[in-house]
Design a protein around this ligand. Structure first.
Ligand SMILES: *[C@@H]1O[C@H](CO)[C@@H](O)[C@H](O)[C@H]1NC(C)=O
Ligand SMILES: *[C@@H]1O[C@H](CO)[C@@H](O)[C@H](O)[C@H]1NC(C)=O
Ligand SMILES: *[C@@H]1O[C@H](CO)[C@@H](O)[C@H](O)[C@H]1NC(C)=O
Ligand SMILES: *[C@@H]1O[C@H](CO)[C@@H](O)[C@H](O)[C@H]1NC(C)=O
Length: 638
C-alpha cells in the first residue's frame, strides 16, 4: 500500500471512529467480524519480512515436497492438464526474492503452490488465510433463450441476506444497493469479456483442480449439501482467500434495463481467526506456531488415535469447513420440496422423483466422522429408496469436497454388490530416502497401525491380503519414469477397509440404471468414487455448467490421500527421526503444508494416476435460471 493512502486512511478513520493511532493498523480492525480489504491489508502488511521465518518455512516446505507424489508430473507439459512448473526452481526463486513484508512473502509462496492446481497440496499460513473477501454479487453461467452468459446470481437478495450480520449493513452504510444487481446480465468484468475474466480467476485464484473447465465451475455460485444442510457457495469470483484487490468493476445490464451501466462493487473481508486487540496480539494469536501447529511423537504419548481406516482425504483448502461463506444456507424456496425418504441419515439426502421410479441420492461429502455410521446411513437409505419404489438411481455429487477414502470405496462396493471384489484403486506412496527410513523404523519398533500411516498393516497386497506388520513395501523402492523425470515409489498396494454393515449380494439397482450428475467440483474421495463408477461400470455421468466451447472433466482433485503437515511431522517424530538431516524442522509460524501423499492409479491405464487420466463426462448441459441453485429442478431435468 502506498504510504500516502495509508496516511489519508488513518486520518479519516481517526476522524470517523476515533480509532487508535495510525501506528497500529490492527487495532483499527480489532473486534469486528468484517473489514474492508484496505484496512485488512494495512494490518497484515505491517509485519516486516523476516529472514529467520523465511528460512524456517522454506526448509520445511521443501522437505515436505520430497513426499509429494506428483512432483515429477509438473515440469512436463504433455499431460492433458498442462501446469508446467518446476517446483524446486520456484522454491529457489522465493528463497532469494526480496519481499516488502511477511505478507508478500507468504502471498508469493501461497500463489506458487496454488498454481499447481492440486487442492491436496497447499501452503496455508493462518495469519493470512484466516480472511476471506466476499462480494455481494456472486456470478453464475446460465443459458437464457438458448444462449449461455454470465449473470449476477438471481437469488442474491435471498442468499446474501443469510450472511451473518455486519455484511449487508456495511453496504447500507456506504449506500451501495447490491440488491438491484441480482439477475443482471454481465457484459464485462474489469474491462474483459465476462467468460475471459472467469477464465482468469480460474487460472490465477481458484487452484485446486487440474482441469481448467472444473476450475471455471468453481468460479460460479451454486448449491451444495454441507453436513446435512443445503447451502450455497459464493464461488471464487465473489469469495476469495488471500485477496489483494479492493473491488471489481462490472459492466452489466440490470433486470428490466436495456442499457449497460458500469458498477464498481467493493469487497468486504470476513475474519475467521482468533480474536485480537492490536498488532502484537494479532501476531501472537494468529501467526505464531501454537500447540497444534507441529506433529507429536505418538508412541511416547500413547495417543492411540486409531488412525487405521480413518484415512482422510481432506477437502479443498481455503478451509472449506472453516469458512463462514460456506455455511450460508441455500434460500429455503430453492431447497427440495419432495419428502426426504430416509430422514435419519447424515451427509446424504434421498428422494423419489415425481416419476415414482427414480431415486435420488445426494451425497454431500464423505466426511461422516464414523465409517460405521456412514455404512449404516447408506444401507438404510438404499433400502428406503427401494421400499419407496425406486428402480433407478440418480446420484448427485455437485460441490462434494470428498472425505474419508473408505467411505467412497464402500459406496462403490455397496452399489456393485458383494461379488464384485476389491472396489478401490491400486495406490503407492513416494519412495524417498526419509520415507524408507520411516518404514524401517515403524517395522523395527512395531509402531503399529494405530500410530502410523506408514505401518504395513494399514495396506494390503493386490490380492487383498493385508501386509504382515514386518513387510517392507517401500525398500527397495520401485523406479518410475514420468515423461523423462526419474523418481521412485513404494510397491503398489490396495486399501483395506473394514465392513461393519454387510454389502448386499446383488447390486441394489441395475447398474445400467445408475447415473451421476455433478459440476465437476467433485474433489478427493468424490473424484475417486465417480472415477470408479465410470471405469468399472461405464456409469453415465452428466456435468452441468462450465464455459461453452471448452472441455470439462467430471472429476476434480483426484490425487488420493492427503497428509497435513502435522500428520507427516507426527510420522517422522513417532519413528524417532526428527533429528535426521532429511527431516523438516518444526514450523515457527501457524501454518499447514498439506500435500498429496498417496497416488491412485487408473484401471484403464495402471501406469497413470487417475488425477492425470483425462475422463470427460458422458453428457454435458448448461445450467439454467431454474437449475443452478435448485437441486430438485436439476434432478427432474436429469
Ligand atoms: C524474526 O523472527 C524470529 C523468530 O520468530 C525472531 O526471533 C526475530 O526476532 C525476528 N527478527 C526480527 C528482526 O524481527
Ligand atoms: C436413527 O439412527 C440412529 C443412529 O444410527 C439409531 O439409533 C436410530 O434407531 C435410528 N432411528 C430410526 C427411526 O431409524
Ligand atoms: C497374496 O499375495 C502375497 C504376496 O504375493 C502372498 O504372500 C499371499 O500368500 C497371497 N495371499 C493369498 C491369500 O493368496
Ligand atoms: C459406455 O457407455 C457409452 C454410452 O453411455 C457407450 O457409447 C460406450 O460404448 C460404453 N462403453 C463401454 C466400454 O461399454
Amino acid at each position: 500500500m502506498l504510504l500516502s493512502e495509508l496516511i489519508v486512511w488513518s486520518l479519516l478513520s481517526v476522524v470517523a471512529t476515533a480509532a487508535p493511532a495510525p501506528s497500529d493498523p490492527c487495532a483499527a480492525i480489532a473486534g469486528s467480524r468484517f473489514s474492508t480489504p484496505r484496512d485488512t491489508l494495512a494490518c497484515l502488511r505491517s509485519f516486516p519480512f523476516n529472514q529467520t521465518l523465511r528460512r524456517n518455512v522454506m526448509i520445511t516446505v521443501s522437505r515436505v515436497f520430497d513426499f509429494y507424489t506428483f512432483e515429477d508430473y509438473y515440469p512436463r507439459s504433455s499431460t492433458p492438464f498442462p501446469s508446467a512448473i518446476n517446483i524446486r526452481a520456484e522454491l529457489d526463486r522465493i528463497n532469494s526474492t526480496p519481499y516488502a513484508s511477511d505478507y508478500d512473502f507468504n502471498l508469493d509462496l501461497y500463489n506458487t503452490i496454488n498454481q499447481l492446481n492440486d487442492g491436496h497440496t497447499l501452503w496455508l499460513p493462518y495469519c493470512y488465510v484466516n480472511w476471506e473477501a466476499l462480494l455481494p454479487t456472486p456470478v453464475v453461467s446460465i443459458s437464457v433463450d438458448g444462449v449461455e452468459g454470465v449473470y449476477i446470481a438471481l437469488d442474491a437478495p435471498d442468499f446474501i441476506s443469510l450472511v451473518p450480520p455486519g455484511f449487508t449493513s456495511y453496504y447500507e452504510s456506504i449506500n451501495f444497493d447490491w440488491k438491484r444487481l441480482a439477475g443482471a446480465r454481465v457484459v464485462q468484468v474489469e474491462g474483459k469479456d465476462p467468460f475471459d475474466y472467469v477464465d482468469l480467476v480460474a487460472d490465477t485464484v481458484t487452484g485446486n483442480y487440474l482441469d481448467h473447465g472444473v476450475r471455471v465451475n468453481s468460479v460460479f455460485t451454486g448449491y451444495r449439501l454441507s453436513g446435512s444442510s443445503f447451502s450455497q457457495k459464493f464461488g471464487d469470483l465473489a469469495g476469495r482467500v488471500f485477496n489483494p484487490i479492493e473491488s471489481l468493476t462490472f459492466s452489466l445490464v440490470p433486470v428490466g434495463a436495456t442499457q449497460a451501466e458500469t458498477v464498481t462493487v467493493p469487497f468486504l473481508d470476513v475474519f475467521m481467526g482468533n480474536s485480537f486487540s492490536d498488532r502484537d496480539s494479532y501476531w501472537e494469536n494468529n501467526c505464531v506456531a501454537n500447540a497444534n501447529t507441529n506433529g507429536v511423537d505418538r508412541s511416547s504419548r500413547l495417543l492411540h488415535q486409531q488412525l487405521h481406516h480413518q484415512v482422510p482425504q481432506k477437502p479443498p483448502p481455503k478451509g472449506i469447513t472453516r469458512s463462514p461463506s460456506d455455511a450460508i444456507g441455500l434460500p429455503l424456496q430453492f431447497q427440495p420440496s419432495l419428502p426426504v425418504v430416509n430422514t435419519n441419515a447424515s451427509y446424504m439426502v434421498s428422494y423419489v422423483l415425481p416419476d415414482l421410479i427414480t431415486g435420488v441420492l445426494f451425497v454431500g461429502s464423505f466426511q461422516e466422522p464414523s465409517n460405521e455410521q456412514f455404512q449404516l446411513d447408506l444401507a438404510t437409505t438404499i433400502a428406503s429408496l427401494r421400499d419407496a419404489g425406486a428402480t433407478r438411481l440418480l446420484i448427485d455429487l455437485t460441490n462434494n469436497p470428498g472425505g474419508f477414502i473408505c467411505q467412497g470405496i464402500y459406496l462403490h462396493q455397496y452399489l456393485s454388490g458383494v461379488g464384485f471384489g476389491y472396489s478401490g484403486f491400486q495406490s503407492a506412496v513416494r519412495g524417498n530416502e526419509l520415507a524408507q527410513k520411516v518404514v524401517r523404523q515403524v517395522i523395527a519398533e512395531r509402531i503399529g497401525e494405530d500410530n502410523s500411516f506408514y505401518a504395513p498393516e494399514q495396506w494390503a497386497f493386490l490380492n487383498d491380503t493385508v501386509f504382515p506388520n514386518d513387510f517392507n513395501y517401500i525398500s527397495p523402492p520401485v523406479p518410475v519414469n514420468v515423461g523423462g523425470n526419474k523418481g521412485t515409489t513404494s510397491q503398489r498396494f490396495h486399501d483395506s477397509c473394514p465392513t461393519s454393515v454387510s454389502i448386499p449380494t446383488q447390486a441394489p439397482f441395475d447398474l445400467s440404471q445408475v447415473a451421476i450428475v455433478t459440476n465437476g467440483n467433485c474433489a478427493s474421495t468424490c473424484a475417486m468414487f465417480s472415477t470408479l463408477m465410470r471405469e468399472r461400470h461405464n456409469t453415465t455421468i452428466a456435468v452441468f455448467g462450465g464455459r461453452p466451447g471448452q472441455s470439462i472433466e467430471f472429476k476434480g482433485m483426484a490425487g488420493n490421500q492427503v497428509l497435513e503437515w502435522t500428520d507427516l511431522d507426527s510420522e517422522i517424530k513417532t519413528a524417532g527421526l526428527k533429528n535426521d538431516p532429511l527431516a523438516p524442522p518444526d514450523l515457527l509460524v501457524s501454518a499447514d503444508m498439506r500435500h498429496n501423499w498417496r497416488t491412485a492409479y487408473s484401471y484403464f491405464d495402471e501406469a497413470t494416476p487417475i488425477a492425470y487420466y483425462s475422463e470427460p463426462p458422458t453428457l454435458r448441459f448448461p445450467y439454467t435460471a431454474d437449475t443452478y441453485n435448485d437441486p430438485q429442478n436439476l434432478w427432474i431435468f436429469a
